[in-house]
Ligand binder design. Structure first.
Ligand code: UD1
Length: 420
């Protein structure tokens, strides 16, 4: 199993290109199932989760061609299966979003209940409630969701009980081919939803209101092929900004989408960073200073993203002062705390959703273990500032979501090596 060896103490500095957004690419790839024409997707990140989704599309019978620049062409003309098996869905929760497109186009689908990161219960009740409102018959049996519908789905008004990114995406995709109008109330407003809606519109869908909490979809009879480029990954961008800031360094990001990072940039400025942005670039400079402790509370977009909580917490661990980090989206997303404490941090879990971080002047290397995707990068941040060489085990979690991590970190001057 691959591990990362990181020798800390270097100040990161340099320039990086931001990859395409994982969380957008995965849903857009699932969306290609909505048409029988070829769809070409550019700026797809080369990640393990993307490979899993491509594998799933292939297993359903879609033809998938990937070129050397990670442009992915999918032609889901006729499928030979409408079943997303446990073996694939268990490794990646995002694959559950094939349910909406399959059901909408073929009137039937069987998708395993999901797995993914171990960060809480993460049920799919809202997805199922939404599909039922569109007229689907749903059964949950033997770990599978079986959904069916004679004829087209029918548009409906759907109000989610809570804001769900995946649920919004599943219903949004299903509604594109439904008969009549669907309104999704209390919809997620994440930029990845906007990207998905723009992609669906490029295929001929009629989606409006994306980016607000009410999305309207006028169903059409069929969708067609298109060419679409995935948006920049805001979580990757934010993660490298935090990593550079934690070391007192500087970084310039290109091909970024600064407009999607408002809450994170605001916090970084409070931590002492100077941040400059243009339409597509972001530059951060800590001027060699130690970060100041800053309170963080995660929230749905445009609030502070839960996917950057762990990384910010790691920076707060070496910041000047004490901070409070509150997680409001997932109920079990502090597994990184005890690992960061192994490096000498002083983080107390006040309760399941609040950590009190007493900033220490230095951390010291120790072997640690990655527990979930974003938490893994918090260990990288901690290792980058720790004295000595930290061994991070189980980095397959990182490879699910961060493209060429050791190359990108090396470009910024980090001492990092992958070992087997
Ligand atoms: C997506 C992102 C993930 C991010 C999360 C929140 C992808 C692949 N993953 O995950 O990186 O951390 O959004 O921004 O895009 N919930 C229910 N019932 C449901 C659905 C969700 O109770 O039917 C709960 C979940 O347990 C969780 C909360 O709602 O506590 C948010 O989940 P959701 O927004 O659906 O996250 P994902 O789409 O799984």
């Amino acid at each position: 199993m691959d591990k990362l060896l990181i020798t800390g103490g270097r100040t990161l500095s340099g320039s990086l290109r931001v990859s395409g957004a994982k969380n957008s690419a995965l849903k857009i790839l699932a969306g290609t199932l909505l048409t029988d024409e070829a769809v070409s997707i550019g700026n797809v990140p080369h990640l393990h989760d993307v490979t899993t989704m491509i594998e799933l599309l292939g297993c359903l019978g879609a033809e998938v061609v990937v070129d050397e620049k990670m442009r992915v062409e999918v032609a889901a003309r006729e499928l030979n299966s409408l079943k997303a098996p446990y073996e694939l869905v268990k490794t990646m929760r995002a694959s559950f979003v094939v349910l909406g497109p399959l059901l909408a186009r073929f009137g039937r689908a069987e998708v395993s209940l999901p797995g993914g990161c171990a960060i809480g219960a993460r049920p799919v009740d809202q997805h199922l409630k939404g599909l039922a409102a569109l007229g689907a018959d749903i059964e949950v049996e033997e770990g599978y969701v079986r959904a069916s519908r004679q004829g087209r789905l029918t548009g409906a008004d759907i109000t989610f009980d809570l804001v769900t990114v995946g649920g919004t995406e599943n219903i949004l995709m299903a509604a594109t081919l439904a008969e009549g109008i669907t309104r999704i109330h209390n919809a997620a407003r994440e930029p990845e939803i906007v990207d998905l809606a723009n992609f669906l519109n490029a295929m001929g869908a009629r989606v409006s209101g994306q980016g607000t909490d009410t999305i309207m979809v006028e169903g059409v009879e069929r969708l067609h092929g298109c060419s679409f480029d995935v948006m920049p990954d805001r979580v990757e961008a934010g993660t490298y900004l935090i990593a550079a800031a934690a070391t007192g360094g500087s970084v310039r990001l290109t091909d970024a989408a600064p407009g999607t990072l408002g809450a994170v940039l605001e916090k970084l400025e409070q931590s002492g960073a100077s941040v400059e942005r243009t339409e597509t670039t972001l530059s951060l400079d800590m001027h060699g200073r130690r970060p100041r402790a800053v309170d963080i509370e995660t929230d749905v977009y445009p609030g502070f993203p839960t996917d950057m909580q762990a990384q910010y917490l790691a920076m707060n661990a070496v910041a000047e002062g004490t901070s409070r980090v509150t997680e409001t989206i997932f109920e079990n997303r502090f597994m990184h705390v005890q690992e960061i404490n192994r490096l000498g941090a002083r983080i107390e879990l006040q309760n399941a959703s609040t950590a009190i971080v007493h900033g220490v002047e230095r951390l010291k290397a120790a072997p640690v273990m990655a527990t979930d995707l974003r938490a893994s990068f918090s260990l990288v941040v901690a290792a980058l500032v720790a004295e000595g060489t930290t061994l991070i085990d189980r980095i397959y979690h990182i490879d699910r979501g961060y493209e060429t991590i050791e190359e990108k970190l090396s470009l910024l001057g980090a001492d990092v090596q992958r070992v087997r």
